[in-house]
Write a protein that binds this ligand. Structure first.
Ligand SMILES: Nc1ncnc2c1ncn2[C@@H]1O[C@H](COP(=O)(O)OP(=O)(O)OP(=O)(O)O)[C@@H](O)[C@H]1O
Ligand SMILES: [Mg+2]
Length: 361
């Protein structure tokens, strides 16, 4: 009965998404599956009975015939498989190939070779994205460095020719470029932690309305006109388990975006709804065109040239999700941009750790 059931669920070769080619002890193709047509352009009709080298004319990076290099039916009698290799088809396309050398017993001659092939598109795409990311990071790091180098080189070469005020101006420019670099590196580290799923959150019960008020006050102290802000935060809300530094970073980013990319009054709201605590930051600027809304939370996506690296909202999204919350762009009907963050109120992790506490301490 068990065997029947295994038969019922055992996948047909044709259900396997990779191309499978089985070669018998005589070196001729015994069978292949449906995906072979997609990957190799030839199916069962053309493949069965062909010698391995004709059915799969694969070559390695040096252009050598792969079957001569590996000699699947000869070679070491202990070989059981071929690890994944990138090989090339005669039409120039690349495939990822693995093979099993099936033997009746250890050391016996090879009974059949089962070869598995898949296209390299997904891997190529991942590699391209990785290379793009490195290029973008290098580019973003280079622009502030170019500024720093320009001013320091000029000052060193012509120190005496500049007045005290001119030197101060140049040093201030160097100082602000160095700040930009520091901010950028901090953002990149956050991005790396988010991507690796290693964002550390030190959650404590936090008064979200108080946090919003403090972040706004910090902006006013830093010189932004207090009349730019409208605060609409209820006082008697439950505390929420968040990392206050990280949630402050979320607010700083959203406020900075409203100031830099938006316009008019910036309205900050905190209220409770059945899903949790809802915090929103809205401005009266041009907003984000609907066609671009899905891209704003991506890495390095910039909609304008008003400074910035396009990492802010990516980090914001990562921090909010790390708290089990959600962030969305919900433009108000009257126009402008509005970002809405929903945070769960309870903290299951904290409730767990209470039970986990060692009674000895
Ligand atoms: N309040 C807003 N109004 C209009 N456009 C916005 C607003 N907030 C964000 N955007 C658009 O979304 C893009 C991405 O924002 P994000 O915060 O990720 O990057 P940035 O502000 O350009 O740079 P960074 O935050 O890394 O310094 C911005 O470049 C901008 O075009
Ligand atoms: Mg930003």
């Amino acid at each position: 009965m068990t065997a029947d059931r295994v038969d019922d669920v055992a996948p047909d070769y044709d259900e396997i998404p990779d191309a499978i080619v089985v070669v018998g002890a005589d070196g001729l193709v015994v069978t292949c599956n449906a995906a072979t047509r997609r990957v190799l352009g030839a199916g069962v009709d053309e493949m069965i009975g062909l010698p391995l080298a004709d059915a799969l004319p694969l070559s390695d990076a040096a252009g050598r015939d792969w079957w001569q290099v590996t000699n699947p039916f000869g070679g070491l009698s202990t070989r059981t498989r071929q690890v994944e290799r990138v090989l090339q088809l005669p039409d120039g396309r690349y495939v990822l190939a693995t093979a099993s050398y099936v033997r009746a017993s250890r050391g016996a001659p090879v009974d059949r070779v089962v070869i598995c092939l898949r296209g390299t598109e997904a891997r190529d795409r991942a590699e391209r994205e990785h290379a793009d990311l490195i290029a973008t990071v290098a580019h973003e790091l280079r622009s502030p460095l170019t500024g720093i180098k320009g001013f320091t080189a000029t000052l060193l070469a012509k120190w005496d020719r500049f007045s005290e005020d001119q030197r101060r101006l140049m040093l201030e420019a160097v100082d602000s470029d160095a700040d930009r670099l520091t901010r950028l590196i901090a953002e990149l580290l956050d991005v790396a932690r988010i991507d690796a799923g290693r964002l550390e959150l030190r959650r404590v019960p936090t008064d979200l309305s108080g946090l919003v008020r403090k972040r706004v006050e910090a902006r006013v102290v830093a010189g932004v006109d207090a009349s730019r802000f409208a605060l609409n935060a209820s006082e008697d809300l439950p505390e929420v388990w968040v990392d206050p530094d990280k949630m402050g970073q979320v607010l700083d980013n959203l406020i900075e975006n409203a100031l830099r990319h938006g316009d008019g009054t910036i309205t900050l709201t905190v209220r409770q709804d059945p899903d949790g605590l809802v915090m929103s930051v809205a401005d009266q600027g041009p907003g984000i065109p609907p066609g671009r809304a899905h891209r704003i939370f991506g890495r390095f996506w910039k909609g304008s040239d008003r400074g910035g690296t396009g990492l802010g909202l990516y980090v914001v999204n990562g921090i909010v999700e790390g708290h089990g919350g959600r962030i969305a762009l919900v433009p108000p009907p009257e126009g402008g941009a509005r970002f809405v963050v929903v945070l769960p109120i309870g903290d299951p992790v904290a409730e767990l750790s209470v039970g986990d506490t060692d009674p000895a301490d």
